[in-house]
Design a protein around this ligand. Structure first.
Ligand SMILES: Cc1cc2nc3c(=O)[nH]c(=O)nc-3n(C[C@H](O)[C@H](O)[C@H](O)COP(=O)(O)OP(=O)(O)OC[C@H]3O[C@@H](n4cnc5c(N)ncnc54)[C@H](O)[C@@H]3O)c2cc1C
Ligand SMILES: NC(=O)c1ccc[n+]([C@@H]2O[C@H](COP(=O)([O-])OP(=O)(O)OC[C@H]3O[C@@H](n4cnc5c(N)ncnc54)[C@H](O)[C@@H]3O)[C@@H](O)[C@H]2O)c1
Length: 473
């Protein structure tokens, strides 16, 4: 059978753009279908980019306030200009991800919603497009739980919060995950009175509990955080809202001007008509095997829509694997073991691999844990940024199984551990790398030195060496 395209990609976000550009650069005849008028997806328009722009603007406002306390009028003005700055930043990246760039790669662009008619045919607006192979990369949207009264208020999500121009006096954030905390912290630094209400036992449920506890403690200096406080009901209150939650079995409430719902994500699969193409889903996401193939061997799914790990760098990594498999017919597998992530609160949190609890369960007594508190590092002392911790988990031979840190800039300097792990080197090898003093990554080599202290200085080898030196030298 002849097809219109060798490859059709559905969704022009982080995953879809990687696949379309990668496949086209190897001569594949590619169509990219995106329902929105611009390419870039969630990361560019409602996610990574606007949130990081906002975090930076808010950090600068916070620093200004520390030097010279800001008035209400100052905050109103700076809130508006920070939001304008976010829009400019998004536009800058948009220009880079322009349609022209993809058209110049020889890709045909369709601006329409795609829907399967069968396993090789798609309805794209008024047209029918046929494809030999298909990659689905339709991303995810905010999941809004069925909280009583939620439809009676005008709540914000990550899709609407960046459109605010007027500073709300107060904001209730339902959900203390990454989205909730990054945005809550930025908003509080822009002069908004923020309360985060998290139903679970800890904020940042996926973080190592010790790191999450430090984060909760530090963030509480700038905003209110409630844990073990599931939100049960919301009500309209004039132009604002009342959020009802229960804490320790006692019902309580908070009155706020605006509500941000940050309670997780749901894959964008509803309108795709997956059933007619024989594509199965499970727990609301498209089911894929380790080659990213769906239940139809010629159809792949990458990024947030397959429910693996909802990060841009994962969508990109999966996109590259999908290109290898769909374009070259290889059988490359995905692995999530070495995927780091960063929470861009201030200070930042770096996460790689297993938490201490998970690692203990897997490695038992053979697990080694190396920790350095930032207050024991010269640079962090010099900068008076002493709050924070580095925690590395290794096997007895030094294989890195988990790496966690909270500290100023941790997202950058901790990646050294991720790089060493990716190169299949042992943690202690960092000890032999000369770090410029006093770069912040000295705290990583300082932590690696602890491995040698444990292995050499406190061991029987050390006793033998001491005996040798004292007896013969
Ligand atoms: C507030 C926030 C902050 C974030 N910050 C970070 C961060 O700092 N670092 C990080 O790694 N990740 C971050 N993420 C996560 C990141 O945005 C996502 O993991 C990433 O965008 C997923 O890429 P994707 O290609 O799977 O989906 P998307 O980028 O969402 O792209 C999917 C595209 O498919 C289109 N589409 C959907 N259905 C159809 C259809 N039927 N037909 C045609 N088109 C369709 C959509 O319009 C969309 O453009 C953040 C997310 C949020 C919400
Ligand atoms: N820096 C980054 O890389 C970055 C930034 C933002 C988002 N992301 C990605 O987006 C994903 C989704 O983030 P998220 O924060 O929306 O989801 P999440 O699942 O991490 O957090 C949602 C939180 O909401 C809580 N919750 C749910 N219902 C509740 C209720 N009724 N009352 C109180 N609390 C309730 C949950 O217990 C949970 O802790 C992240 O896991 C991450 O992969 C990444």
């Amino acid at each position: 059978m002849n097809y219109d395209y060798q490859l059709v990609v559905i969704g022009g976000g982080s995953g879809g753009l990687t696949v379309a550009a990668g496949a086209a650069s190897f001569g594949t005849k590619v169509a990219l279908i995106e329902r929105k008028s611009e390419l870039g997806g969630d990361c560019l328009h409602y996610g990574c980019m606007p949130s990081k722009a906002l975090i930076q603007a808010a950090k600068e406002v916070h620093q200004a306030d520390e030097v010279n306390p800001l008035s209400d009028q100052d905050y109103d003005r700076l809130f508006e200009s920070s939001m304008e700055r976010v829009a400019t930043a998004v536009q800058d990246v948009q220009d880079h991800d322009s349609k022209e760039r993809f058209l110049n790669l020889g890709i045909d662009l369709y601006e329409a919603e795609a829907q399967f008619l069968d396993e090789h045919r798609l309805k794209v607006g008024d047209e029918i497009v046929t494809a030999k192979r298909i990659v689905i990369s339709t991303g995810s949207s905010p999941f809004v739980p069925p909280i009583d009264g939620i439809d009676t208020i005008e709540y914000l999500t990550n899709e609407t919060i960046f459109s605010l121009r007027k500073r709300p006096k107060s904001l209730g954030v339902i959900g203390g995950g990454i989205i909730g905390l990054e945005l809550a912290h930025a908003m509080s630094r822009l002069g908004v009175d923020v309360t985060v209400i998290e139903g679970g036992n800890q904020i940042l449920a996926n973080e190592d509990p010790e790191i999450a506890e430090i984060a909760g403690h530090l963030l509480s200096n700038e905003l209110s955080i409630l844990t073990k406080a599931p939100v049960q009901k919301v009500e309209r209150n004039g132009d604002g809202a009342v959020i009802h939650y229960s804490k320790d079995g006692v019902d309580n409430h908070v009155e706020v001007e605006q509500v941000l719902v940050a309670t997780g994500r749901k894959a964008n699969i509803d309108g795709l008509n997956l059933e007619v193409a024989g594509i199965e889903s499970s727990n609301g996401s498209i089911s894929v095997d380790s080659h990213l193939r769906t239940t139809q061997r010629h159809i792949y799914a990458v990024g947030d829509c397959n429910g693996s790990m909802p990060f841009t760098h994962v969508a990109g990594m999966e996109g590259k694997v999908a290109v290898s498999n769909a374009v070259f017919g290889l059988s490359r597998k995905v692995s999530y073991e070495r995927v780091p992530w960063v929470v861009y609160t201030s200070p930042e949190i770096y996460h790689l691999g297993l938490t201490e609890e998970e690692a203990k369960e897997q490695y038992g007594d053979s697990l080694l844990t190396f920790k350095t508190e930032l207050e024991h590092n010269d640079r962090f002392m010099a900068e008076q940024n002493k709050a924070g911790l580095v925690k590395i988990l290794t096997t007895s031979k030094g294989k890195i199984v988990g790496a966690h840190a909270i500290g100023e800039g941790a997202g950058e300097w901790m990646q050294e551990v991720g790089t060493v792990q990716a190169l299949n080197k042992k943690f202690q090898s960092i000890s032999n790398i000369i770090h410029p003093y006093p770069a912040r990554n000295n705290v990583v080599s300082q932590t690696a030195d602890l491995y040698w202290r444990e292995k050499l200085f406190d061991s029987s080898i050390n006793k033998a060496l001491r005996w040798y030196v004292q007896t013969f030298r």
